[in-house]
Design a protein. Structure first.
Length: 399
């Protein structure tokens, strides 16, 4: 099949979280299975900078078009990446795709490609990546998008892909019928975790003393990620329970919340116990997992947390919130704990339990690696996705 993947940012644009990595892994596995894959994306490297190379690239057999982003202010504030070049490209497009895979929900690229798909009767599936809920930021703009474009986008999709039961309910609340919803969990690119880096390399690079017990948060620094909850629990652990040998590492790009979280760190007298690394590379990410005593991902709601599973692949125990759908895997695999969101004493106690008990941490780490390697290889996940593609294409051919 000839398959078009559409996403607003594509690796190595890792500043935008897990969705570009997922789109890349899907595309790579499709190529490995003998399919032709084209990606339409933007030239955004992060919220403020661009890649120098645009137009046509080849990344591991994936044909990637990066269209120039206009108005980087909108990209920074609204995560709206305006690419007029995509419109011009599609007007001249002579290629015929068998199926289109749209990533995320409220994007300029989805609007344009939707009309192209409709005109040429090309079926498409939508993979929302936890982007359905309209959070309070720019709520009016998001609701306007839904009325003008989003409702039609969902209504005319051949199938939508949910990562878990929480996202199924979100799709249903927006009018998508059960028969159009498929649950497919994200996979993990296990090739990155087969030979983990030597312990201590991350601590050495960032001048963290080897005897420091390291708590890691990895992800965008965003107000909805539960960072204030984590900071308060860390303060309780250090200031009230006297665990002053702890280093909380917050690794990731600023998504509008860095100044606020630094202010909280200062008010809670944690400055010498918190390290902000900024965006880190993929190699540094895995080194960080290896050196961490525990990885904490406690945002209030998440349809599928990739970071806890990557940490588990690195043999590191995890703590997630009970609003994160990945908690079911964490509990099933026995490689961490889930805590009630905003229960500061519970999170502080759970972190203490793991960092105080080396045997517990080692056992959970071993269980996590076994679970991820046994269940979340992309080679297995892609079979489920291909079944959907083929069913959608077959139905479209018969219509």
């Amino acid at each position: 099949m000839k398959i078009l993947q559409v996403i607003s940012y594509f690796p190595p644009a890792y500043a935008f979280g897990g969705s570009p990595q997922v789109a890349y892994c899907i595309s790579k596995e499709l190529v490995n299975n003998g399919h032709e894959v084209v990606v339409y994306t933007t030239d955004a490297r992060d919220f403020k900078s661009r890649f120098k190379t645009r137009s046509n690239e080849n990344i591991h057999g994936i044909k990637v078009y990066r269209f120039r982003t206009f108005f980087m202010y909108l990209a920074n504030k609204l995560r709206l990446f305006i690419t007029p070049g995509l419109i011009l490209h599609l007007k001249k497009e002579r290629e015929k795709f068998d199926i289109i895979h749209l990533h995320e929900y409220r994007t300029f690229q989805n609007i344009i490609v939707y009309y192209y798909a409709k005109k040429h009767r090309i079926p498409y599936v939508l993979h929302s990546h936890n982007s359905l809920q309209a959070t309070e930021a720019w709520l009016t703009v998001k609701r306007l998008y839904d009325v003008l474009f989003g409702n039609a986008l969902l209504r005319n999709a051949s199938m939508v892909i949910a990562l878990g039961t929480l996202e199924v309910e979100q799709f249903k609340s927006m009018g998508v019928p059960d028969k159009k919803i498929a649950i497919i969990p994200n996979g993990i690119d296990l090739s990155e975790f087969v030979n983990p880096p030597h312990p201590g390399s991350f601590k050495s690079k960032f001048n963290i003393q080897g005897n420091k017990r390291m708590i890691l948060y990895l992800g965008r620094i965003n107000k909805y990620k539960g960072l204030d909850f984590l900071i308060k629990a860390t303060a309780q652990l250090i200031n009230e329970r006297k665990y002053d040998d702890i280093m909380l590492v917050i690794a990731g790009s600023d998504d509008g919340y860095l100044d606020e979280i630094k202010k909280q760190t200062h008010l809670l007298n944690l400055e010498k116990n918190v390290l902000f690394t900024g965006e880190i590379s993929e190699t540094e990410k895995i080194s960080a997992f290896v050196d961490a005593d525990v990885v904490v991902n406690v945002e209030p709601k998440n349809v599928f947390g990739l970071v806890p599973l990557e940490a588990a692949a690195s043999s590191t125990p995890v703590i997630v919130s009970d609003g994160n759908s990945v908690k079911d895997m964490v509990n099933q695999g026995g490689f961490g704990f889930s805590v009630k969101y905003n229960d500061v004493p519970e999170l502080a106690e759970t972190m203490r339990k793991i960092i105080d008990d080396d045997r517990l941490g080692t056992e959970m780490g071993q269980k996590g690696r076994e679970f991820v390697f046994g269940n979340l290889d992309w080679a297995h996940v892609i079979v489920q996705l291909l079944n959907i593609y083929e069913a959608v294409k077959r139905k479209n051919d018969l219509s």
